[in-house]
Design a protein around this ligand. Sequence first.
Ligand SMILES: [Zn+2]
Length: 475
Amino acid sequence: MKPMHAVVPTLAILASSGIAAEPAPDAAGSELAFGCWGDEQGHLSGGRFLVPSLTEAQRAAFQNNAPRGAPDNRIDLVIVGDGYTADEMAQFHLDADRISVDFFSYEPWTTYRPYFRITEVEVVSNESGVDNDPTQGIDRDTAMNMGFWCGGIERLLCVSTGLAWSYAITSSAPDVDQILAIANSSKYGGAGYGSANVGTASGQNAAAVQIAIHEMGHSLGDLADEYTYGGPTTYTGGEPTEVDLSIFDHDEQIALETKWHLWMDQSMPGFDNPVSTYEGGGYSVYGIYRPSNNSMMRSLSRPFNLPSAEKLIKEFYGEVRPIDQGPASGASFTSADTISIVPMQPVGHDLTIEWSLDGSVIPSAAQSWSLDLSSLGLSGGAHTVQLSVVDETPWVIKPGIRDNFLTEIRTYTVSAGCGSVADINADGLLDLNDISLFVTAFLNHDDAADLADPAGVWDLNDLSAFIGAFVAGCP
Ligand SMILES: [Zn+2]
């Protein structure tokens, strides 16, 4: 297939596109998004397009939806299918299952697969298959209007992003962060809608999911396209905001300590190596550099490069916190309690867990998911326990990212009482606070003031027991 970028300028695609209704004069109904597709050789084309905006109602539903990561501390990837009839749901799940495996076949996705929750949502279409498959001119009645030959591009597989969102949100999915719309088809194709966080793929074509992987680079990692066609031959703009493009070459980046200077000349297994500055990217051939020769953001079926992987991991941790379960920071415990947590678990390495007491690390508790406070021999008042969980992956090199995204610290207060029942607040002291707490507990018929028999009765016996214990002092 002849590369479409050579014959169809980006903005012309826009004007005639099925992705985009013609932009309204005020452009209120459209927004700029990445749209990329690949040919059979894996060469990518596309760029930024105007695509139809979500409707106000859809956007409201999108925004009211739980934030990424919440409530389950996972990034929710929802797979919806188009062109599957009621009788074809088994095929939908077969396709979705395979795609969910393929989707995580590149690093850093493979290692961080447990940070994602994948939900398959059944959407029933009236007719089987999608538009223009296998050839142009075939129109089918399907739930999300998916079709090939979008904008005149055979491999561009479009979807109504608004319909995809409405099916995903109204489903039983716990939360929606990213949507993958798969077509009941074996024809090669796909597309990405960056601003809508929707990617498309052909359900029965093993290579088609590559486009969705590339697209997640845009939508989750805010990565730029690293291919060199579709724009002006020479780039003349300012420094791009994306982490994987720069107007500065190898030595300039190091001198300026900017962009991927910390990664310069490094290689690691699983990535597109080595990191340097390669001229061309962001749709231009000259005047701009990319971090590696041929990454997933340039060609399909290629690894990501290290600066892109670092950014993706940062984004994963923007949504998923290192401590998956456990008491919130600030929680109070007594010296008899045990504090238990569950850390996130990437594939292949553990997060680093460290407990400390009053500022000193507890070596014996390293990597432990729980801390038995009674084993610490605490007494005499309030202590501070700090828990630190850090992902020390070598794929993150910037200290700021490690400290601010890959690290979670929680602090707990532990009160060690003096052993007297009169030390109501268990702070190791008998003072006015305990008297006040006793009075309140007594009036409220709380257990803390039920110190003497008969149990369940708050009378002079309890008052007398409190005074006796108070006067006796701490043992
Ligand atoms: Zn792209």
